[in-house]
Ligand binder design. Structure first.
Ligand code: COI
Length: 362
């Protein structure tokens, strides 16, 4: 058993905080970060909060060579009364351990990791922006640090949490984005690492993203890896469609990431009495619904993107324009409700909001 007390080394030099109005996603980092090491035979040890700084690793560290890494993403909000709120953070810790399991990384103590995360966010609470559409993005991640070139699970790791005040993920803000349906590359297959939040899934997506950007699209819509027929997810989001009044999202099938926002949206829709179906759905069905005028809305869900309305899909050289390229009524309602709950402006009937309250752990 390791010591749970977290040593704090205060940063003597505090950086100026960026203006809340001009924040972009993921470019600015706060004054401190959390770190903890893992050594085989000892376990996770030396939890500490230190000044945000470069980390020193051997060039032979295994993360650089074979991509044994996992990460998470969640957000903190500060409301008018100064309360600091997290959204379902225990879900992120749970999923991090599922990713760890897939990547042969030793499990973290989820309760302790959340305690450490809260302690860091509490220390950095002045960094939480309060302007509309902004938040403090929290990025916990684990990297394999053993200096070794053999392909095997590392015997050493670092678990780090960094914080970044952010604005909207897309340059479009909350306006609808154009999405390219990917026809050549695939993201994952059942049995692969698609359900894990690991760096390799994202580096494998860059080529398709590059091609999509040239077509003027913000991201790609991935199809299944075997037949390239069935819809999986968008680059950094899960995807939902409103077809003739019914909400449909691809069922989790072993290659799709189980998004925390995805599951929250499903719960919200059910709570509103709006039919929502998780099922296998093909891009051909989407085109047919579009041709019949039944594709009413489409939107992506994710921590970084929150709810991102989709204005069009580009597939086989054609554009399927959705809702005249404008944000749909349901997408807006979901966005307003979800962000309202997350920021504490609306009541939280689901018990999702978790207040940062750094009472000492017993
Ligand atoms: C998130 O939504 O938090 C993600 O992890 C997506 C990321 C690749 C920006």
């Amino acid at each position: 058993m390791y010591d749970h007390s977290i040593l704090i080394t205060e940063n003597p030099t505090k950086k100026p905080k960026p203006s809340h109005e001009n924040l972009v996603f993921g470019r600015t980092f706060t004054d401190h970060m959390f770190m903890m090491d893992y050594t085989e035979g000892i376990g996770w040890h030396d939890p500490r909060i230190v000044p945000y700084q470069p980390i020193s690793l051997e060039p032979s560290s295994m993360a650089f060579h074979y991509g044994q890494t996992v990460f998470e993403g969640l957000k903190a909000y500060r409301n008018e009364e100064g309360r600091v709120l997290l959204f379902r953070p225990e879900q992120n810790m749970r999923r991090m351990n599922l990713s760890n399991e897939r990547l042969c990384i030793p499990a973290i103590d989820e309760e302790f990791a959340l305690f450490a995360l809260k302690k860091l966010v509490d220390l950095e609470k002045e960094w939480i922006p309060t302007a509309e559409g902004t938040s403090l993005y929290i990025r916990p991640f684990i990297i394999a640090t053993e200096p070794f070139l053999g392909v095997s699970p590392s015997k050493r790791y670092q678990f780090i949490i960094i914080l970044s005040p952010v604005g909207a993920y897309y340059k479009e803000g909350i306006n609808p984005v154009k999405i390219a349906v990917e026809e050549e590359f695939v993201r994952s297959v059942k049995g692969g690492t698609g359900t894990a939040k690991t760096g390799g899934n994202y580096s494998a997506s860059l080529k398709a993203q590059e091609v999509a950007t040239k077509k003027g699209c913000a991201q790609v819509l991935w199809l299944d890896g075997l037949e390239k027929k069935y819809i999986e997810e968008v680059g950094s989001m899960n995807v939902f469609f409103k077809i003739n009044g019914e909400i449909i999202t691809p069922a989790l099938n072993g290659s799709i990431l189980a998004g925390v926002t995805r599951s929250s949206i499903i719960d919200l829709l059910k709570n509103w009495g709006i039919p929502v179906t998780e099922k296998k759905i093909s891009i051909a069905e989407i085109r047919e619904a579009h041709a019949m005028g039944l594709l009413e809305e489409a939107f992506g869900t994710g921590t970084a993107a929150v709810i991102s309305p989709i204005g069009s899909f580009h597939w086989q050289e054609h554009d399927m324009i959705i809702n005249n390229g404008e944000t749909g009524i349901l997408s807006s309602r979901l966005f307003e409700t979800l962000t309202g709950i997350q920021t504490g402006k609306l009541e939280d009937p689901f018990g999702w909001v978790n207040e940062v309250n750094v009472l000492q752990r017993s």
